[in-house]
Design a protein around this ligand. Structure first.
Ligand SMILES: [Zn+2]
Length: 226
C-alpha cells in the first residue's frame, strides 16, 4: 500500500511485536488467532537461540532494558525459541529482524558491526526458519538510536524498515521509513508507563504526530539522500 502498488481503502492496521518475548506466542494463540489477525513479529536473532532461561533474561535486561538487572524482570518474562517462531509461521504470522544482539545501532561504529547486527542477523533467521526475512525494525525506535549509516546497510538487505516514530503511513511514503505507534504491555514492571487505551486511541488518531514530525522529516531526508 505504501509503495502505491495497492490502493489504500479505509483504515488499515498492521500489528507488530518487537523483541521476541514468550508472551508474543501466547498473545498470538490466545488473542490474535481466534480473531483471524495475522501479525509481524520482530526477533532478535541472538536471543532466539538462547536456551538457558537466566542467560536469556540477562540479555533482555542488559540489551533491551539497559539499567535493569535480570532478577528485576517480571518472573514470567523470557525469550521465544526457534520452535516458537516456527509455530508462529505455521499459524500464518510473519517474522522480521530486530538486530542480532539488540544493539543500539547509533552506537555501532564499524561497518562490520553494522553488517553483523543488521545483515547477518537476518541471514541467520532466514537460514534457520526457511523463509525470506524482508522486514526490519531498528532497536529502541527513536531516531537517536538509529543512524544514516545503519539505514544504508538495512536498505540493502530489507524491503521494509520500521521506526518507532509515531504517525500514519500514507501512500507515497518510503517503505524504509515506516511509522509505528507503540503500545506498552500491561505489566507490573514499573519502568515503563502503561498507556490507557483511550490515550493509545488518541495516538492512533494522530494526537502526537506533530511532536514526532521533526524526527520523521529527518528519517525521510536520510532516505532521500541515498
Ligand atoms: Zn526492541
Amino acid at each position: 500500500m505504501v509503495s502505491g502498488k495497492e490502493p489504500i481503502h479505509g483504515r488499515n492496521l498492521l500489528l507488530t511485536f518487537d523483541d521476541g518475548f514468550t508472551s508474543n506466542r501466547v498473545v498470538a494463540e490466545e488473542v490474535l488467532n481466534p480473531m483471524g489477525i495475522q501479525a509481524l513479529f520482530f526477533a532478535v536473532s541472538g536471543l532466539v537461540g538462547i536456551t538457558d532461561r537466566l542467560e536469556a533474561r540477562r540479555l533482555i535486561a542488559e540489551r533491551i532494558y539497559p539499567g535493569t538487572r535480570a532478577e528485576e524482570l517480571p518472573a514470567h518474562w523470557g525469550n521465544m525459541g526457534w520452535g516458537d517462531l516456527e509455530a508462529l509461521l505455521e499459524q500464518g504470522h510473519a517474522i522480521g529482524c530486530h538486530t542480532g544482539t539488540h544493539a543500539r545501532l547509533s552506537g555501532v561504529d564499524s561497518p562490520d558491526g553494522l553488517e553483523r547486527e543488521i545483515t547477518s542477523s537476518a541471514d541467520t533467521l532466514e537460514q534457520r526458519l526457511g523463509v525470506s526475512i524482508d522486514h526490519f525494525s531498528y532497536t529502541f525506535g527513536n531516531l537517536a538510536s538509529f543512524s544514516e549509516e545503519a539505514l544504508a546497510v538495512a536498505r540493502r538487505r530489507f524491503r521494509f524498515i520500521y521506526s518507532g516514530l509515531r504517525g500514519d503511513n500514507a501512500q507515497g511514503g518510503s517503505p524504509f521509513a515506516l511509522r509505528r505507534d507503540s503500545a506498552e504491555f500491561q505489566d507490573e514492571f514499573s519502568n515503563y508507563t502503561v498507556f490507557p487505551n483511550k490515550l493509545l486511541g488518541a495516538f492512533l488518531e494522530g494526537a502526537a504526530d506533530a511532536h514526532y514530525a521533526p524526527s520523521r522529516a529527518r528519517l525521510d531526508a536520510w532516505n532521500l539522500r541515498e
